[in-house]
Design a protein around this ligand. Structure first.
Ligand SMILES: [Zn+2]
Length: 380
């Protein structure tokens, strides 16, 4: 099938395609309606699950998409392609797959990255009962980065403020302050929230319901973003010296997980992060199952040529949420710009995403089959 057939124009269409294909392929379905949030046409929003393979499988590949909302167009297409291209029929013995579609359906439906509360879900999976990590440099830059208007004068002023900050703290400190996560400004960038989001609680519930018997969990969390053309970036958040990282490297290649490769693909030194979903999944399974996996990005954006360009998509999202409103006259054009960054419509990108995703599923499931056999041998 042509790659473009797997890509949807809207969240509602992506969901309908996922549910129909998974049902047809014999998946056991689950559906979790968002209690309050709605899509742009007033439509209800769901996190959907499809289970393939034996109920009692001890080896399960957990595969999520849409934790960052609109980044889900690529991940949803990858899931659909795996279902349609006979993935369920060719599962290795003893291995099951749990697909979770649209972890953040609000962001997916509105072409935004954050949740209904402007929360970056990949900063929300930490213990909210203890004081949140500080990010003093973010506090310093917040006002500068949040202009009420997006005209040239306002952007120039912001860039000037940014340049002053860089002169004091350095370029990487700016990038890190913005993107590492902050817990003090709900209307700011990469806000991690002050309590678990619905998406966080629901994903944990899904893990409790489906992975109680699992001993070996593979995890692929599809994302998209950094500049490129559908190439994969493997962001493994396991201890780099531990056995899970080593296993991931056996599945996907030493080179793919090498920090040098990852940073070159990413385009800069990666920020430090807190509260990512990967660790949430690990903590939910702690003491019961080992987790080997990664956040995997489809490179998608056009190359950025300036600091304003690099921040633009996040700035548009913030402006839509807190300044202009999602019903502003500019909204459709801004949402289209955001979408082109996360899920461009160019054929080459879509083809590369599908090809690379299918290869990745194959590598991962082969790795999971081997993992089960290794455990059996070890138990002998
Ligand atoms: Zn992402």
């Amino acid at each position: 099938m042509k790659a473009s057939a797997y890509f949807s124009e809207t969240y509602a269409q992506a969901r309908a395609q996922f549910v129909a294909a998974a049902q047809e392929a014999g998946g056991q379905m689950g559906s979790y309606a968002h209690p309050t949030a709605k899509g742009p046409d007033g439509e209800p929003l769901f996190m959907d699950t499809a289970w393939f393979g034996p109920d009692d499988a001890e080896s399960v590949l957990l595969n999520t998409c849409g934790a960052h909302g609109a980044e889900g167009f690529g991940g949803s297409a990858a899931q659909l392609a795996w279902i349609r291209e006979n993935g369920p029929k060719t599962l290795p013995a003893g291995v099951a797959v749990l697909l979770v579609h649209a972890v953040n359906p609000f962001g997916f439906a509105w072409t935004l990255r954050g949740t209904e509360n402007n929360v970056d879900l990949n900063r929300n999976f930490l213990d909210h009962r203890v004081p949140h990590p500080e990010n003093e440099l973010y506090d310093e830059i917040h006002t500068i980065l949040c202009p009420a208007r997006l005209d040239k004068a306002a952007i120039d002023k912001m860039l000037k403020g940014g340049a002053n900050f860089v002169a004091r703290h350095g370029q990487w400190a700016l990038e890190d302050a913005i993107s590492r996560g902050q817990y003090t400004h709900p209307d700011g960038y990469h806000f991690g929230g002050t309590e678990p989001e619905w998406s966080n609680l629901t994903l944990r519930l899904i893990i409790k319901r489906h992975l109680g018997q699992a001993r070996r969990v593979g995890f692929i969390d599809w994302h998209s973003g950094p500049a490129g053309n559908g190439e994969l970036i493997h962001l493994c958040f396991s201890n780099p010296k531990g056995p899970e990282f080593a296993r991931a490297a056996r599945w996907w290649g030493d080179d793919a997980l090498d920090p040098k490769t990852v940073e070159a693909m990413w385009g800069s030194r990666r920020p430090s992060r807190r509260g990512i979903m990967f660790w949430g999944v690990e903590s939910e399974l702690l003491g019961r199952a080992r987790v080997t996996g990664a956040v995997i990005e489809f490179r998608s954006a056009r190359p950025k040529t300036s600091a304003a360009d690099a921040l633009r998509v996040s700035m548009l999202e913030r402006w839509l949420r807190f300044e202009g409103g999602l019903d502003a006259p500019e909204a459709a054009a801004y949402q289209e710009e955001i979408r082109e960054d996360y899920a461009p419509r160019r054929a080459a990108w879509q083809e590369n995403v599908i090809e690379n995703a299918l290869t990745c599923y194959e590598q991962t499931l082969l790795g999971m089959a081997n993992w089960g056999r290794e455990d059996l041998r070890a138990a002998d």
